[in-house]
Design a binder for this molecule. Sequence first.
Ligand code: CUK
Ligand code: CUA
Length: 643
Amino acid sequence: MSASNENEPEGPPPSDESVDDAIETRRSGRRFFLKSTTVLGAAAIVGCGDDASSGAGATTTPSGPTPAAHPSTHIAPGELDTYYGFWSGGQSGEIRILGVPSMRELKRIAVFNRDSATGHGQTDWSKQVLGGRGAGDTHHVHLSYTDGTYDGRYIFVNDKVHGRLARVRIDVMETDAIVDIPHSQGTHGIFPQRHRTGLVLCNSEFRTPIPNDGTNLTDPSQYAAMHTAIDGETMEVKWQVMVEGNMDLCATDYQGKYSFATCYNSEGGVTLEQMMSAERDHLYVFNLANIQRAVDEGRTIRVGRTDVPVIDARGDNSEFVLRVPVPKSPHGVNMDPTGRYAVVSGKLSPTCSVIDVEKLEDAFAGRIQPRDCVVAEPEVGLGPLHTAYDGRGNAYTSIFLDSIVTKWNIAKAIEAYGGADVDPILDRIDVHYQIGHINASMSETREADGKWLVGLCKFSKDRFLNVGPLKPENDQLIDISGDRMELVHDGPTYSEPHDAVIVRADLIHPTSIQNREAARFRLYEQWAQEDGVDLMRESKIIRKGPRSVRVYMTSRAPNFAITEITVKTGDEVQIIVTNQDQVEDLSHGLTVSKHDVQFIVNANDTNSATFTAGAPGVYWYYCPWFCHAMHLEMRGRLIVEPR
Ligand code: CUK
Ligand code: CUA
C-alpha cells in the first residue's frame, strides 16, 4: 500500500450535500428501478440503454472537479503507474496489461490466439501447446496467491472456446502452459486457491453428455458439468466433480477449505425459457478436503478415456457439494477481503446474497439448512453481476440493466436482513453503459486498499468517436477513496475484457531480458544436445534427412550469423534463432518472406519455427523488429533450389 501513497488523490472538497440527496439527484432524469421487484426478461436486456444526455458523468457528480482535471489519475510523462491491471482480452484470446490509474495499455500477452507480432501460435513451441487451435475466449484472469495476496509468480486464464486453462509466467510475461480440461465445454469461471499456489478450480458452463462420445445425443436430463481442479504448479488435472447443474463463476475461500460456483440453470434446461423458469438457483459449495479424501481412498469413477478421477456428486447435497439456494440465475460470486463473506449476484433478481463462510461447516454437517448460510440479501439494483471491495467493509456491485455501480455496506446489510431499520446502500454512480465485471485495487486479496475501481462496460455507444458497427468497450475508472464514488476516466478497449484485476506494482517483478527458465527452453536445449550444437554461440545448417533441414542461427544487432540458407523445394525447414544481445529492450526476430513465418526473439531469448520451402527461387528473410540503425539491412537469403 505504501507504493501508492504518493499517488493519494487530493479529492474533491467535501460536499454539503448528503449522500441521500446525491442519490436522489442521480435518480432524477433517468429510469430508477431499485425498488422495483420487476424482473426483466431477456428481451429487456437487449434494449436497456439509457439516453445519453442523462448518462454523462458530469451530470451525476454535483460537486468535485471535472474528470479531465482530476489530479489523481494523471501520470506525467516518464512517471510510472502505481498498479498493474491484468485484463482479459475476451474473444481476442489474449491477456492485456494496463497501467492503473493512467489506464495506458502496456502490453498484450498472446495466450490462446495466433499473434503475428510475437509468433505465438506459429512458433514450434506454441504450436505444440495450442495444438493447432487459434480461437480463444478469455474471461477470467487471476494471479497466483500466497497467504491471501498475490505472490507475483503466475497468471491463470480460462479459454471458453476449447475448455482450457493457461498459465502465464509473470517473470517474463509469456504463456507457459495450456491444459485441456477433460469433459468440459465452455470452461468459464476459474479461481486459484488463495492460501498458497495450490489448486486452480475451473467451472464448465455448459452441461453435456459425459462422456460426450455420441452414446447420448438426445437426452438432456443426463447432461452434467464438471468442477475441475488443476494443480497450479504442475498444471496437471487432479480431479473432477460431476454435478447436475451448469456452473458459471468461480471463487475460492482464503483458507483452502472451499471453492464456489454459481449455478444459473438448476432447471437443467436447454432453452432460454427453461433456464430462467425457477425462482431460485444455487451457489454450489465444494468441500475440498472431503473431495481430496475420496480421491485418495479411490472412491471415484473413471469417465471416458481419461485417467482423471471423477466424483459423481449429482443430485442431493453430500459431503462433497452443498447447494445453497439463491435467487435467481446468479452470476458473480466474490469473496470479501476478510474471507468471511461470499457475495453472490442475482442477475435476474435485484439482490445480492451474502453467504457466511463460517456457517458452511454446520451446513455440511446437516446441523443447519444450506439456506441458513445466507445472512443478508440487500436490494442493489436490476441485473447485479459482480462485486468488488474496498477493504473498509464496503462492497461495490456492478448493475448491468441499470448501468450503475451500487456501493453498499456489508455489516449494515446483515443488520437489515436481521430486521434492523438501516439502509445498507451508501452510494450509486452511473456508468456508460451496461457494466459487466467490476474490480477494485487488490480487491481479490486480503490487502484490498479501496483506491481504484474499474467497471468494464459492455457498450460505449456515444462515449467515443464513432468507429463503425463494432465500437470499443468502455473500461471506466472510478475513484473510491472517498465516501462518494467519482468517475475519473473513460477507457476504450477492444473486444471484450470480461474481467480485470488491479495489483499493487510492488508485487510484480518481471525480468528485463529473457531468463531462459520457461518450459520451452528445455525443448531447444534438447534439440541442440541431439545435434551437438552450442545454442548460445554456434550457427549451423544441418541436413537432418532427405527432406528436412535444421538451422541454428544466432543474432546480434544488426546481423544474423548466417546470411545464406540453401535448401530444396519441399524441404521441411526449421530455423532456431538465438539472440545474443543482452541489452534491455533489444528484440530481434525472424520473418521469412512468402512463407508465413514471423516471430520475435527477445534479448537473451531463443525461438523457432518450422515451414515447408516453397517454389524454387530466392526469398529474403529479415529481422522484423526495429533494433538498430542498420535494422533494415539485418537480413539474408533463403535460396530454394529445384529438387
Ligand atoms: S462473465 Cu463476462 S460479465 Cu465471463 Cu465473468 Cu460476468
Ligand atoms: Cu534485428 Cu531488426
